[in-house]
Write a protein that binds this ligand. Structure first.
Ligand code: PEP
Ligand code: MN
Length: 475
């Protein structure tokens, strides 16, 4: 189980779509019947409306024939790792752009984010003395839920930008029209991204012996860079020791990593088209990513997103803010993981520090009372978005740090396992979040503010956060 491999293939001929070929897993007439298209009988929030049905059908017909991006065997290996995290054996690291975009797409962009994630994973493995489950918010993270359906600039109102797989960012009626072919473009970009990620995970780039080669120029000379060097030296020392006693460090355990992908399961026509029946088990898997989560805005109990996700074999997650009551959370868990299978469901908490201290204990108590197996993950960024005095949507490092601290404190008090962290971050030296050693301020936000959606931690801010978490876990 040491390297990402493509062992179990999914039969591409058994594609699922709304019309032909979809076999429900329950007998017809069963009120509980699920099929890849049964979400269409429920209310689908945040779903783009396409004005040309023929165009939509043509795009979906193309997607029904594309190759799966991930494979059932890989999905099951992630599931097993997450199951161990529910027992306190492991820590999940999820990270990547808020929204991937066509304009930022480049092999170097993927390389830089992957590299920082590997550095963070190394720091976290060392700090926690536990396996770290590495998941990129990558290769499919395009669609965005929006709080306003329209955007008004200088009295002109146009549909909101919903991500590069739905419409385009430019403020013109043509760009803001929902174009179903953008789903196909996003698929092909995701396929390229996954191809690069697979090469990086197994092709020597993740070789632990090349640790020093991972250094990023922009952290050079900072205090944290020297802490990282010290850690790298410790690992080097351990490797030399292992070699001396005859352990072969050229084996895959040392040169490759298991790296998984995840994104918000938002754009259901796309997810449905990528949902395929596994030839060995007969189970349905959404082959657009290893793991999928349902966002805070679409997690309604009777909504289309829970209906769709409850039928797929992938590990799932749900985002919860302070608006989620303990009763509601238990009902969500019963819907998304009715058999209470360990590793199937993660709860991603995003509330802001103060609300988290107030609300998380009640959620944990309910989960403990009902005996539910979940992975608790902290998303310390989405509850901390603010507008800078200079007009940018930003987040402050200290607030993110405070929410993480609150997350660990509450789990300590409740005797439960803080199982992971979910971040919006990039390996690049952007100036989108303020604070940290990088010392981005409200005044300098405009220097390299590149995001098409929410602000991301830059490479050094993300690494610094990993150090802080590792230090906390070493205690
Ligand atoms: C996100 O993860 O980008 C997102 C929209 O999060 P949430 O559903 O928690 O608001
Ligand atoms: Mn976001």
């Amino acid at each position: 189980t040491s390297s990402t491999s493509l062992h179990v293939a999914t039969d591409p001929r058994k594609t699922a779509n709304s019309s032909a070929g979809s076999t429900p897993s329950f007998p017809p007439g069963d009120a509980n019947a699920w099929s890849p298209s049964s979400w269409k009988n429920a209310v689908a929030k945040q779903m783009p409306v396409y004005d040309d049905q023929a165009e939509l059908d043509a795009a979906i017909a193309t997607l029904n024939r594309v190759a799966p991006l991930v494979f059932a065997g890989e999905v099951r290996s992630l599931h097993e790792k997450l199951a161990r995290v529910t027992q306190g054996q492991g820590f999940v690291l999820m990270g990547g752009d808020c929204a991937e975009s066509f304009k930022e797409f480049h092999v170097n962009h993927i390389r830089d984010t992957f590299r920082v994630l590997m550095q963070m994973a190394l720091v976290l493995t060392f700090g926690s003395a536990m396996p770290v489950v590495k998941i990129g918010r990558m290769a499919g993270q395009f669609a965005k839920p929006r709080s306003e359906p329209n955007e008004v600039i200088d009295g002109v109102s146009l549909p909101s930008y919903r991500g590069d797989n739905v419409n385009r960012e430019e403020f013109t009626p043509e760009a803001r029209r929902n174009n179903p072919y953008l789903m196909v473009d996003a698929y092909y970009q995701s396929a390229q991204t996954l191809n690069i990620l697979r090469a990086f995970s197994t092709g020597g780039f993740a070789d632990i012996a090349r640790l020093h080669a991972w250094n990023l120029d922009f952290v050079e000379g900072t205090e944290e860079s020297s802490r990282y060097q010290k850690l790298a030296a410790k690992i080097d020392e351990s490797l030399r020791f292992m070699k001396a006693i005859g352990i072969d460090t050229s084996k895959p355990e040392f040169t490759s990593v298991d790296f998984y992908t995840a994104h918000e399961c938002l754009l259901l026509p796309y997810e449905q088209a990528l949902t395929r029946q596994d030839s060995t088990t007969g189970k349905w898997y959404d082959c657009s990513a290893h793991m999928l989560w349902v966002g805070e805005r679409t997690r309604d109990l009777d909504g289309a997103h829970l209906e769709f996700t409850r039928g797929v074999g992938n590990p799932l997650a749900v985002k919860v803010s302070d608006k989620c009551t303990p009763e509601e959370l238990i009902r969500i868990i019963d819907t998304m993981n009715p058999q209470n299978v360990p590793g199937k469901l993660s709860i991603i908490v995003r509330m802001g520090a103060d609300k988290l201290r107030k609300n998380l204990p009640g959620l944990i108590r309910a989960v403990q009372r009902e005996g539910k197996a979940v992975v608790w993950i902290s998303d310390p960024v989405h509850g901390n978005t603010r507008k800078s005095e200079t007009g940018f949507k930003t987040r402050d490092f200290d607030n993110i740090r405070a929410e993480l601290r609150a997350f660990f404190d509450v789990h300590d008090e409740m005797g439960s396992h803080p199982g992971g962290v979910h971040l919006e971050m990039t390996g690049e030296d952007v100036t989108e979040c303020t604070g940290g050693v990088s010392a981005v301020s409200d005044e300098t936000l405009g220097t390299r503010y590149n995001t098409s959606c929410d602000p991301r931690l830059n490479g050094s801010q993300a690494l610094e956060l990993a150090f802080l978490i590792a230090e906390r876990m070493r205690m």
